[in-house]
Ligand binder design. Structure first.
Ligand code: COI
Length: 349
């Protein structure tokens, strides 16, 4: 961090000094984060404060470090052409965090506390919101057990923290080439796959690293019970299209109920597509016309190929795809280019 004079000077600048066109999906440290603590005595979250972005102190025995008692969220702030800033469906993130907190035995911020914290974080880091059409400010709320916890039990103290980073594309390369992973699984029935628990993500590293080493972009996981049905990617939901029917696995337990997933289903229905939330056998994916991934980080991305048991299938790509039409509508709404008839965006300036 620089001197206070320097930071105050920076705060006056309209845009941070970032090469917006070079942004990928990696942390660019911004100015402020928001921190709010929950403690057993009062059984509620404190008021919460914006502080300079920086490292936090944790007991080596904290619940988050030892037993992974933690959740995260991800949402984006976009700059409209007129410079105003829009959040996309932030209330959905607040509600999903509450659902996850229940599963992980954690207290959760109220929807209002969550929304206030997100808005404050974005406004305090306004100069890091990329110019219109050149990326987004990714907002990352965290909820974690922070009290010392040697035994296996829920923590007695929690921290809710929100930080933000400007981001561009999640996968920078031109094509998304997936490989089906049939040895390890992302989620099991009765586990935590259906909530945004921090512990859902590092278990995918092994499959992802092996896939990348073989030249693939990402993996496609199968269900843990039968190994016959698709589930999701390492950080995205998956859709398949055949004869104007769009199918995706139902968000029942092992599938993350993605907010982009939900929005794409709603947009597709308004376009008149039939959308089926059902178990999708891997054989049907290999026979599909289009496959695409969705997520806050990923947005909507056509899949160029899927490799399963050494066989590579290629899918329709480009401007004429249904995925592209859905992407254009979603991002048009998110960035204020298309009228938001759904009431999904929240202007925060
Ligand atoms: C998101 O899309 O916000 C995600 O949660 C994916 C993230 C793990 C990169």
């Amino acid at each position: 961090m620089g001197s206070l004079e320097h930071l105050v000077e920076c705060d006056k600048t309209e845009y941070a000094n970032v090469n917006w066109d070079e942004l990928g999906f990696a942390l660019t440290k911004t100015d402020y984060m928001f921190v709010m603590n929950w403690c057993k005595d009062g059984e509620k979250f404190s008021e919460g404060v914006l502080t300079r972005f920086g490292n936090i102190e944790l007991c080596p025995s904290s619940g988050i470090l030892n037993y992974g008692q933690g959740l995260f969220e991800g949402l984006k702030a976009y700059r409209k052409e007129d410079e105003r800033i829009l959040l996309f469906r932030p209330e959905e993130n607040a509600l999903r965090m509450q659902m996850g907190a229940d599963r992980m035995c954690m207290p959760s911020p109220t929807v209002q506390q969550f929304l206030d914290a997100v808005k404050k974080t974005v406004l305090a880091n306004k100069r890091w919101v990329p110019p219109h059409g050149r990326g987004a400010l990714y907002v990352r709320p965290l909820l974690m057990g922070t009290s010392p916890n040697l035994g296996v039990k829920p923590a007695s103290e929690y921290t809710f923290l929100v930080y933000a980073s400007p981001v561009g594309s999640y996968h920078k390369g031109p094509n998304l080439n997936l490989v089906v992973e049939d040895k390890t699984h992302r989620a099991t029935p009765g586990g935590t796959g259906g909530v945004k628990a921090v512990i859902n993500y590092s278990p995918v590293y092994k499959a992802l690293s092996e896939a990348k080493a073989k030249g693939f972009t990402d993996v496609l996981f199968l269900d843990a019970l039968t190994g016959k049905y698709i589930e999701e990617g390492s950080a995205c939901n998956v859709f398949v299209l055949k004869e104007n029917v769009i199918s995706t696995p139902p968000a029942h337990g092992t599938i993350l109920p993605g907010i982009t997933r939900k929005s794409i289903i709603e947009i597709a229905l308004t376009f008149g597509y039939q959308v089926e939330e059902r178990a999708v056998p891997i054989e049907q994916v290999l026979d599909a016309e289009e496959v695409f991934c969705t997520g806050t980080a990923m947005v909507v991305r056509s899949v160029a190929s899927i490799t399963y048991k050494e066989k590579r299938i290629e899918y329709k790509m480009g401007a004429e795809t249904v995925a592209q039409k859905l992407y254009a509508t979603l991002t048009g709404i998110q960035t204020g280019l298309i009228e938001d008839k759904m009431g999904w965006t929240v202007a925060i300036d």
